[in-house]
Design a protein around this ligand. Structure first.
Ligand code: NHR
Ligand code: GAR
Length: 220
């Protein structure tokens, strides 16, 4: 009898951006457990859209200003993403707050890279705020997105030291290097169904845990 579990199909990933797309590039450079099939933006001129097109990836842009409400904008994003049968959505420098219309639709398959060590510094302008507070450690967080801004279950974090001569720009550059490490890692965990979520706590199942169970069950 064949006790091998069927290989799971690769997840179809949609990435939402608003700007240059360096985190998108990190996803394309690294194995992240799935395939980036579409990149969308609320900014028609986002540099990251060009990067995606150059890589042969489908793109769309929807100008949020052309919608009567945040909910209507969110619904158009859902329509674009579901038209491409996306399983996982990654916010990679996406700058529009999403309503429950969107976060409920993609609950559990939606993640964000945020440039601070959450729960410190949710929201915008994180590097300048961290410097002004005199913190000695700063960093980035990948979390599952819920309707509460920058407050979903944390999947991965990385810290950097704040040096005396850091400016918001030098600090952002140091944090960005870490973002490019932890985002592909976290997307891979999500795509491989390895996240176990209990309230705000996320634990990571070891590789093959599911396969081992499937094999032992099949073997009786
Ligand atoms: N939506 C929900 N519901 N939950 C989260 O955790 C989200 C989210 C949407 C985006 C990214 C986030 C970040 O990592 C993100 C997380 C935009 C703003 C913001 O204030 C805040 C946080 C984040 C993204 N946006 C303004 C707005 O009115 C517009 C700002 C601008 O265009 O520059 O939407 O930090
Ligand atoms: C990244 O630093 C990301 O963490 C941040 O924007 C930058 C996007 O860079 N996200 C937010 O501030 C979300 N509010 P990228 O376009 O080069 O990936």
């Amino acid at each position: 009898m064949n006790t091998m579990a069927a290989p799971a199909t690769r997840k179809r990933i949609g990435v939402l951006i608003s700007g240059r797309g360096s985190n998108l590039a990190a996803l394309l450079r690294n194995e992240c457990g799935g395939d980036v099939v579409v990149v969308g933006s609320n900014k028609l001129d986002a540099k990251g859209l060009e990067l995606a097109r150059d890589a042969g990836i489908d793109t769309f842009a929807v100008n949020h200003k052309q919608f009567p409400s945040r909910e209507a904008f969110d619904q158009s994003l859902i329509d674009e993403l579901t038209a491409r049968s996306v399983d996982v959505v990654v916010l990679a420098g996406f700058m529009r707050i999403l309503t429950p219309v969107f976060t409920d639709h993609f609950a559990g398959c939606l993640i964000n890279i945020h440039p601070s060590l959450l729960p410190s510094y949710p929201g915008l302008d994180t590097h300048a705020r961290a410097l002004a507070d005199g913190v000695k450690l700063h960093g980035c967080t990948v979390h599952l997105v819920t309707s509460v801004l920058d407050h979903g279950p944390i999947i991965a974090q990385a810290a950097v030291q704040v040096d005396d001569d850091d400016t918001a720009e030098t600090l952002a550059a140091k944090v960005l290097v870490q973002e490019h490490q932890i985002l592909p890692y976290a997307v891979r965990l999500l795509c491989e169904d390895r996240l176990q979520v209990d309230g705000l706590r996320v634990s990571i199942r070891s590789v093959g845990a599911g396969l081992g169970r499937a094999v032992s069950e099949a073997a009786g």
